[in-house]
Write a protein that binds this ligand. Sequence first.
Ligand code: SF4
Length: 436
Amino acid sequence: MESRTDLIEDLMSRFPHVPREAVLKEDLLRGGLAFDDAALTDNEHGDVKPKSYFIFSFDHRTLPELGTAALRRPPEEIVLTGGPYELRRTVVSVRTNPSSPYRVGTDSDGRLRLFLDGRPIADVGLPPMPAYYRHTLANGKSVMEVAPTIQWGYLIYLTAFRVCQYFGAKEECQYCDINHNWRQHKQAGRPYTGVKPVDEVLEALEIINRHDVDRASQAYTLTGGSITSQVNGLAEADFYGQYAQAIEERFPGRWIGKVVAQALPRADVQRFHDYGIRIYHPNYEVWDKRLFELYCPGKERYVGREEWHRRILDSAEVFGPRNVIPNFVAGVEMAAPHGFTSVDEAIDSTTEGLDYFMSRGITPRFTTWCPEPTTPLGRTNPQGAPLEYHVRLLEAYRATMDAHGLSSPPGYGPAGPGRAVFSVSSFMDTLPSTDS
Ligand code: SF4
């Protein structure tokens, strides 16, 4: 049987124009990695920044199945360099999988390395504990809980509402564990605030602003579950908008404000903009019509695919097409039993969606699907999508972007191999180099 080493080396040689770093990063994101106990963190009391569980679990096992990693969290991200593939600096979000062939541990010289099939393939750097994580709010809550940062400190991730009102099998997106992740953290007794009070968010941002002296943090994302009725008496645009309004009043222009929300009617989108948000992510999740209906039953029922897409186009008139960046979950196109069975078909379909938006100046982006075990698609597809799909998607994404004269979207930090910090897919590692 082909080893995982054979698989990545085969793809590296067949797709020489896709950076080697990106091939490896996609494989780590789709399949996860294991940690020796020595490579775990001391949670909020050590020198390494722990995994914050900022919205989904992004793990291949439930918390009780993670062993020591459930007690001593793994790091939020790792950075890979060197090794036999001569990797340039590559930031990878941590998705824990105790049975992965990738393992982070120490070699005989005591250096932290990434091993694949038992062979060291990269040096591993860990994110230092940021100074702002060493402080707490007046009520004792941690900054990591209220305003965690990811992407090597670039992005403050504000999941203001930790559950989704698309609830249960008939409404939840079939690859999403937001509601399960909330339950498992509650069951484990971890602090996990369902609705974050605005003043707590401001207090946490104050701490970040004071201690982030290098100004590594450049953007914040407001997000959480979809709101189909109200939260605290507010519908979705006003619920998420109130945080932006408060942040922009207190820290005008300090960070780029982004929101990940439903594709809302134009008047609501205008309110997001009026509240001070500058980048809008109305995620379309998967392009194919049949798969969208099957995988996103809540979105289909409350809004519908065609209307969703119409609203994305409308929002470009409010935000400007460059600042509308809808996400899709790369890989679910190939999930059994309903997904495409060939990589060619899946890439053709995904490219059709990219063309649809990019021809209108809108640049979608994608996160690499993590088949979390408590989701319907994760249960039936524990291995995720074929790595070849992910590698060819990087190629198709860049080609479509070039064809439409577009460049890397704003709000993602620098692009290019060795420079990118976006950690949950390698699209930024694959684009031409930029500084910001
Ligand atoms: S809209 Fe779908 S992907 Fe987003 S939080 Fe709700 S269930 Fe998850």
